[in-house]
Design a protein around this ligand. Structure first.
Ligand code: BEZ
Ligand code: FE
Length: 307
């Protein structure tokens, strides 16, 4: 290469400078990169570099961030997904969920699944009691599964799970709680209705003995989830909904640590003291009565081109 050309090449190389750092990194991508990956990485690098420029971390601060991410990874196992927990407490899980479940008005909103769902919970007849450890205040929950026009959906399934009165799921206390305590699957009747017995849910902390718990404490945040029941409601021809019902009197309703509370998911819990009403339903007074309807959106037509 002639000396003059080499000099000009060296002068004009895309040197990595503070000002153009993101552009230089992104310009290194090859030509055969998938368009989606190109878009995603371009945005990520752009915003990551912008954040670093705004924060101006010291070397030690950056090493502390790397250490935090390393510890988060080390905490992950078959039973524990600390990165999902991190995504939950940063509101990212609920944001991704919202983006992916934009439903027609009137349909029950989706929420995150959480780590404590278990497939193949016992199937029960309507009216069964899913509380197997006898702890907590009795609750009777009933309602219907409807389509967005208000028509009942027969034979819809409701998969429900919640913590016990000590604030733990059965799978967190395998040697203390009966298997499948406070979880079960129900089906709606011909009129779309369901009902079952359980206990009033309580607030509980998400697992906070790892780096995410440490982060919450450093941020002056508590680890508590607002008192709730989880549901997956499904029926053929309808979009299944993963959702919650929240108790209105929970002290953490406004500060659920994973941002799961939506206005349309806060139910009315009515305290019933009438002994006859309790006897009729097979519980003891006082008990809590909750009426809750789920509304499912019709499945979107499958636009996939079939070959
Ligand atoms: C739950 O509601 O079960 C849950 C959700 C997110 C993180 C931890 C627990
Ligand atoms: Fe939960």
């Amino acid at each position: 290469m002639p000396k003059q050309t080499l000099k000009s090449t060296i002068e004009n190389l895309p040197y990595f400078e503070e000002e153009n750092s993101a552009e230089v990194v992104n310009s290194r991508m090859g030509v055969d990169v998938s368009p989606r990956l190109r878009d995603v990485m371009t945005v990520l690098v752009k915003h990551l570099h912008a954040a670093i420029k705004e924060i101006e971390p010291t070397h030690n601060e950056w090493l502390a961030a790397i250490k935090f991410l390393t510890e988060t990874g080390k905490m992950c196992s078959d039973w524990r997904q600390e990165y999902i927990l991190l995504s939950d407490v940063l509101g990212v899980s609920m944001l991704v969920d919202a983006i992916n479940h934009r439903r027609p008005s009137g349909a029950t909103p989706n929420t995150i699944l959480g780590p404590f769902y278990v497939e193949n919970a016992p199937r029960y007849e309507n009216g069964a009691n899913i509380c197997l450890d006898g702890k907590g205040q009795s609750m009777v929950i009933s309602g219907r599964v409807l389509d967005v026009s208000g028509n009942p959906i027969a034979n819809a399934t409701l998969d429900v799970w919640q913590t016990n009165d000590d604030g733990f799921y059965d799978v967190q206390q395998k040697d203390l709680q009966p298997d499948h305590n406070l979880r079960g699957v129900f089906s709606t009747s011909d009129s779309g209705s369901y009902w079952f017995k359980s206990v009033k849910p309580r607030h509980y902390p998400i697992p906070d003995d790892g780096p995410v718990g440490k982060l919450l404490r450093c941020l002056g945040r508590h680890p508590n989830r607002a008192a709730h029941l989880h549901f997956i409601v499904a029926a053929p021809g309808f979009e299944p909904v993963i959702t919650h019902i929240f108790a209105p009197d929970c002290p953490y309703l406004a500060e659920d640590t994973v941002f799961g509370v939506k206005r349309d998911l806060v139910a009315e819990f009515i305290e019933v003291t009438d002994e006859d009403a309790a006897r009729e339903l097979g519980v003891t007074a006082p008990f809590w009565k909750v009426k809750w309807d789920f509304t499912l959106a019709h499945k979107k037509p499958d636009n996939a081109v079939k070959t």
